[in-house]
Every structure is written in structure tokens, then in C-alpha cells.
Ligand binder design. Structure first.
Ligand SMILES: *Cc1c(COP(=O)(O)O)cnc(C)c1O
Length: 429
């Protein structure tokens, strides 16, 4: 190991605290975390000069690859002008243009307002607070709770986390956030008592596929059905497209696949191409109208870095790359290549119980050949990912489901590299 690698690891182990991480294990002497120092396209390099395919798009954020010249140039040009200015009391060209471009993806008079924030969790917080304040200002303050789906994930700040249906993340904080009722399906939603529905401001869902819930797709048509139900009940539909947005599903936004327009659309991860933290909550003219009029009707919410100009410049550049590289037009063939590659892998490895895919998102669930789960203590998912790393693939599992969520720019040959690494890793364990 190089001296500087050793120094970085020692400093990290002495002072950094990593997300969702058993720190005692992380800091063990024998643990040598990768120090990532450079990226280009789908590839990342560590401080020892080894190259890896970025198999989960740097935790589901990257769209067009690393060090993309167009996005880099846009960020540098903005940096030469100004890195950050306040959005409280001022505006700036990149935010104004970005808001115009984001709303242009939807028909006129639908999603036409954009509220910027910093990440997926804050995009959700904004939607929740707007939905509640909307009720207070439209004579229905009794609608002060939310409905969310079992096993859903919407972020880790307290409000967003109170929607959480994944027990291991939130059970210990249950009761501290918003009042939330969880349902497992459209059928359980339809069966909710009327009083419950009358106390609901909005329904929150990850459209088409639940990410943290081991990449589980919803039945086809379910989103459109949910839209119909929400409209009939006078309840807002809040879509969390933090993972599915920006081409992941095969369309620019997952909601477009079922011709659904939500009342709130939450975007983050891929918004800047995965280059900088920036989020956006889009909403309708009808919601916006309730915040006009009296001074106290204003939406009292904001962060210091709201609409950060560097992030907005990166987001605009990412949208330009979608056009320049015809990213969406190239996707169907790549999605099919991903499907075939994973099917071939499943044919070779009986340990693969199920492949779940939605566009360029794939979950590969491992089980014992007889169909039973592996004992959690075996940490098979982690073991396989660690083995794949030795073959030049970086990704993280969710329990025993391996995640393959490549940057949209990945070529068939690059995807083949990922399949080969998974194949070798599954052979080894
Ligand atoms: C990642 C994610 C979030 C949270 O976004 P952060 O930027 O990590 O706060 C929310 N919802 C979904 C569906 C996500 O995948």
C-alpha cells in the first residue's frame, strides 16, 4: 500500500464517521477501505491505481459518467462567475433557466413551480410541509397526516424518515415524526376507513419501483390507479423520484411511463448528473395559489444553499447532455442488454433467486437453492460485492440483493465487464 493511501485511511479511521456503517468494523486494523481518487465515464480509480466499474452510479446519483467534459466546463464557467449567491431575496440565471427547463417536461398548467433544496430528503421535506401548509390555508387543517407504502424509503431527515416503511432504519424513532399510515398495496389503501382518509393530506410513493426495499417493482398500472384514487379522494399525490428520475426508468421521469402527473414531484440524486447536491420539488399552480395573498401565507422554508448556482449549472449541463448524446433514445437497447446479461448470469448461478429490473435499475436477489434466505449473519450480499470488487466492479448490496444501477452512459462492452465481475464473484463464494 502506498504511504499516502495509508495516511488517508488512518486519518479517516481516526476522525470520519460514515453513513449506515458499523464503525467498529470499519476502523478495524485489517479493514482497508478503498480511497477513490479519480473518475472518468463509468470508471473510478482508487489511490493504488486500480480501476473499477461504478456499478451503483456512486450511490444512484451518476447519469452521464464521471468527469464529463460538458458538465465539468459548465461548473467551471459558473465557478469563474460566482460559486454561491443567496436565493433569499435574489435570483440568478442558472436557477431561473433550470426551473423553466424542468417544468417544460410536463404539460402546460400542470407542474409549473419549482422549489429548490439540497438533497432527496429535503426535497421530500419541502413536499410534506407544502402539502400540510396548503391544507391549513385551504380550510382543511384536519388533513394533517400522510399515507406511505410499507417498505418505502424517502430519506433520513426526521420528517422524510417518518414516512419510512423500512423498520431497520426508523423503528427506534417511530412516533417522533409526522402521523403516517402505512399500506402495502392499492387493495389495503382502498380499505382504509373514511376517517383515516379524511385526515390525510397526501400519499407518498416511489413510483414504479421501491429502491431500498431491495429493488421491488410495483405492478404495472398501479401508479395510474393510485393517481385516480388520490384525485377521487382529494388527496395529493407526492412522487419520490429521487432514484427513478432522469432516465433511470427508461423515460425521463418514471411517472411518464404511466402518463401520471403528480401534485408534487421530488427530484435529487441525478438532477445534477450526480455532480453536486441539489434537489427540486415541483408542484402545481393549484398548490402554489394557496400560498399567495396574506403575508402569513408565504412558505416559510429554506436552506442557506437553496438553488446553489454551481448545482444549477451542473443540472442544466446534464439536461443538455441528454440532448447531445440522445441518452434516452440509446436506453432501450442498453436496458435489453442489461436484461439479457442478467438472465445469462441467473442461468449459470442457481444462487440467484430472482432478478428484478426496471429500466436501468436491477436487483439480483440471492437465496439458497431451495429458496430459503441465507442467514443474515452470513452477509452473503456483502461478501459477493467484495469479491466483485477484486474483479473491478464496485457496488453495494441491500441485504442479499445485489444492486446493478450503472450510469446511463454505460456501453454494452462496459456492462459486459460488470457481468463478468459478478460471474467471477458468484463462482468464488
Ligand atoms: C436516496 C433517496 C432519498 C434520499 O435522498 P438523499 O439525497 O440521500 O437525502 C429519498 N428517496 C429515494 C427514493 C431515494 O432513493
Amino acid at each position: 500500500m502506498r504511504d499516502d493511501t495509508r495516511r488517508w485511511i488512518e486519518a479517516d479511521q481516526a476522525h470520519c464517521w460514515h453513513p449506515f456503517t458499523r464503525q467498529a468494523e470499519w476502523c478495524e486494523r485489517g479493514h482497508e477501505p478503498l480511497v477513490l481518487v479519480r473518475g472518468e465515464g463509468v470508471w473510478l480509480w482508487d489511490s493504488e491505481g486500480r480501476r473499477y466499474f461504478d456499478g451503483n452510479s456512486s450511490i444512484w446519483t451518476n447519469i452521464h459518467g464521471h468527469a464529463h467534459p460538458h458538465i465539468g466546463a459548465a461548473i467551471r464557467a459558473q465557478l469563474d462567475r460566482v460559486a454561491h449567491t443567496s436565493f433569499l431575496g435574489f435570483t440568478h440565471p442558472a436557477a431561473a433557466e433550470l426551473a423553466r427547463r424542468l417544468t417544460a417536461f410536463f404539460p402546460p398548467n400542470t407542474l409549473e413551480r419549482v422549489f429548490f433544496s439540497d438533497d432527496g430528503s429535503t426535497a421530500i421535506e419541502v413536499a410534506l410541509k407544502m402539502a400540510l401548509q396548503y391544507r391549513q390555508q385551504t380550510h382543511s387543517p384536519q388533513r394533517n397526516g400522510f399515507i406511505a407504502f410499507a417498505n418505502g424509503y424517502h430519506g433520513d431527515t426526521l420528517g422524510a424518515a417518518s414516512l419510512m416503511g423500512v423498520g431497520r432504519f426508523f423503528e427506534r424513532f417511530r412516533g417522533l415524526g409526522y402521523p403516517v399510515r402505512h399500506v402495502a398495496s392499492m387493495a389495503t389503501l382502498r380499505d382504509l376507513p373514511d376517517e383515516m382518509i379524511a385526515a390525510t393530506a397526501g400519499v407518498v410513493i416511489e413510483p414504479l419501483i421501491q429502491g431500498v426495499n431491495e429493488m421491488r417493482p410495483w405492478p404495472v398500472g398501479m401508479l395510474a390507479e393510485l393517481r385516480g384514487w388520490c384525485s377521487a379522494q382529494g388527496i395529493h399525490l407526492i412522487l419520490d423520484e429521487v432514484m427513478t428520475g432522469f432516465g433511470r426508468s427508461g423515460s425521463m421521469f418514471a411517472c411518464q411511463r404511466e402518463q401520471v402527473i403528480p401534485d408534487f414531484l421530488c427530484l435529487a440524486k441525478g438532477l445534477t448528473g450526480g455532480y453536486l447536491p441539489l434537489a427540486a420539488t415541483l408542484t402545481t399552480a393549484a398548490v402554489y395559489a394557496a400560498f399567495l395573498g396574506a403575508a402569513e401565507n408565504a412558505f416559510y422554508y429554506g436552506h442557506s444553499f437553496t438553488a446553489n448556482p454551481l448545482g444549477c449549472a451542473a443540472a442544466l449541463a446534464s439536461l443538455e447532455v441528454f440532448q447531445q448524446e440522445q441518452t434516452l433514445a440509446a436506453l432501450p437497447a442498453k436496458i435489453e442488454h442489461l436484461r439479457r446479461g442478467l438472465a445469462a448470469l441467473q442461468a449459470r448461478h442457481p444462487v440467484i433467486h430472482e432478478i428484478r429490473q426496471c429500466g436501468f435499475i436491477a436487483g439480483i436477489e440471492l437465496r439458497q437453492p431451495a429458496g430459503a434466505d441465507f442467514p443474515p449473519a452470513a452477509r452473503l450480499g456483502e461478501t459477493v460485492c467484495l469479491a466483485a470488487r477484486a474483479h473491478g466492479l464496485l457496488t453495494r448490496p441491500i441485504l442479499d440483493t445485489l444492486v446493478l444501477l450503472p450510469p446511463l452512459c454505460a456501453s454494452p462492452a462496459e456492462l459486459d465487464h460488470a457481468f463478468a465481475a459478478l460471474d467471477a464473484a458468484l463462482d468464488r463464494v
